[in-house]
Structures are given as structure tokens and as C-alpha cells.
Write a protein that binds this ligand. Structure first.
Ligand SMILES: [Zn+2]
Length: 115
């Protein structure tokens, strides 16, 4: 149930950051999901909807994007976007590489606008 956990983190952060009067504002939460997580934008949205019903945060909009994961091979220097986990460099087969953007879930920013 990662979707509930992620949604809970958004709600906690919102309560932390915006406090009182939040229901009169337009709030957009920018989120990046990793491509390897089982959480989809849709399951995260529905988990979030369930949680915010109790919190008077119905004015919050989630802007969810999927991260591109990139590996950088330490041998051939290839920089490749991958859509599923790999064990070796797709270019040269080397097993030693760096992975960028592999986080499952990142809250990138919260935009708060006066209504
Ligand atoms: Zn390589």
C-alpha cells in the first residue's frame, strides 16, 4: 500500500507547511513518481482523495509526473534512459553504473496561491 503511504506524506507536509486558512487557497503539489514503483498517478490520486476528506484539503490539486531514470555507465560512459530495472549497461554489458532519478516518490514543490 505504497499509495496510501505516499499520500500520507503529502498530507503531513501540507499540514506542516500551510496550516490555518489553507482551505481558502489554491494549492498545487508537484510530485514525481519513479517508473519502477507500483504506485500510479491514478492510485495516488485516489488514496489522496480518501485522506483529504478528513482534513479539509479538498482544494489541493496533485500535479504528478513520472521520473525518467537514467543510468550512466562507468566503463563506456553511455547515458541511457531506462524503463525497467537493468543489471548491466545496455550499451556494453558492464555491471558498474550510476543511477539517477531512481527515487520512488518525491514531493518537488508546493505552490500556494491566494484564491
Ligand atoms: Zn557501458
Amino acid at each position: 500500500m505504497h499509495d496510501i503511504m505516499f499520500a500520507g506524506r503529502i498530507v503531513d507536509l501540507l499540514k506542516d507547511k500551510i496550516g490555518k486558512g489553507a482551505e481558502q487557497k489554491h494549492i498545487v503539489v508537484n510530485i514525481a513518481l519513479g517508473p519502477f514503483t507500483h504506485v500510479t498517478a491514478e492510485s495516488l490520486r485516489s488514496a489522496f482523495r480518501i485522506l483529504i476528506e478528513k482534513e479539509s484539503l479538498e482544494n489541493v490539486v496533485l500535479n504528478i509526473q513520472t521520473n525518467d531514470v537514467v543510468i550512466k555507465c562507468k566503463k563506456c560512459g553511455a547515458s541511457e534512459k531506462i524503463i525497467k530495472p537493468v543489471a548491466v549497461c545496455p550499451e556494453c554489458g558492464w555491471g558498474d553504473f550510476e543511477i539517477e532519478n531512481a527515487e520512488e516518490f518525491v514531493i518537488q514543490s508546493i505552490e500556494i496561491k491566494e484564491a
